[in-house]
Write a protein of this length. Structure first.
Ligand code: C5P
Length: 230
């Protein structure tokens, strides 16, 4: 069986106004609703665990989930102050068995495709852990906090990781438990599996699968959205 955890409990301050990112509109529908629609279209998931800010749970049920008619497919839980804690809350609420597969996805990546969801499910089932990623178009520099460059990273060896990231439930449960015990903070879920010494495989991501982080991203997302509809 396949399960999904969609995290959307971030405060979204970088958007610069009062509305948290998941609730900004994309094509007239909240970004988070757009994301959930793709998961529904894939018809691949037993249940979607949606992690939102504690004070947004009721509004989210009323304004995002009910209009989509997804009340029976989505269970809403409260997130934490950091993404990793929000994923932990989602994992605790996930009813899957250890050998089931879970996809963990940022609610603010509404341009994910059904194809990518299915590819990640298949790869995670085969290999235990996978991450969609794209090659870096820019040259990447490693630098000190003061801005002085330490070195240039070899571009053909670095990738920009996206979500959905797919895992066997036993593996990602263990990875998060260990990170919590050791107070380790990662920037994505795959990193927690990597530090167990377990292999994580890349699947081809997409340049349109952007994370809506700042106002410019929303302009891009609207353009991609319109293009997809034509
Ligand atoms: O913080 P970042 O931009 O990396 O957030 C990626 C995703 O993680 C977003 O969908 C955001 O809502 C979610 N998040 C969360 N809980 C937090 C912080 C971020 O669910 N405390």
């Amino acid at each position: 069986m396949n399960w999904a955890i969609v995290v959307a409990a971030g405060s979204g301050r970088r958007m610069g106004d009062g509305v948290p990112k998941p609730y900004r509109l994309l094509g007239g529908v909240p970004i988070l609703g757009r994301t959930l629609e793709i998961f529904r279209q894939s018809a691949s998931f037993e249940e979607i665990v949606l992690v939102v800010a504690a004070d947004a749970m009721n509004a989210c049920r009323r304004e995002v989930i009910a209009p989509l008619g997804m009340e029976d497919h989505v269970s809403v839980v409260a997130g934490g102050s950091e993404r990793q804690e929000s994923v932990c809350a989602g994992l605790e609420a996930c009813r899957g068995r250890d050998d089931d597969v879970v996809l963990i996805h940022d609610g603010v990546r509404p341009l994910v495709t059904v194809d990518l969801l299915r590819t990640c499910l298949a790869k995670a089932a085969d290999h235990g852990a996978c991450v969609p990623a794209i090659p870096s178009a820019d040259t990447l520099k490693q630098a000190r906090p003061n801005g002085r460059i330490i070195k240039t990273l070899p571009r053909d060896a670095v990738w920009q990781a996206q979500t959905p990231q797919g895992f066997r439930l036993a593996l990602i449960r263990t990875a998060h438990r260990k990170a919590r015990q050791e107070s380790f903070r990662g920037t994505d879920d795959a990193q927690l599996v990597e530090r167990l010494g377990k292999p994580v495989h890349i699947v081809p991501g997409s340049r349109t699968n952007i994370k809506i982080t700042c106002p410019e991203d929303l302009i891009l997302a609207e353009a991609f959205w319109q293009q997809r509809r034509t």
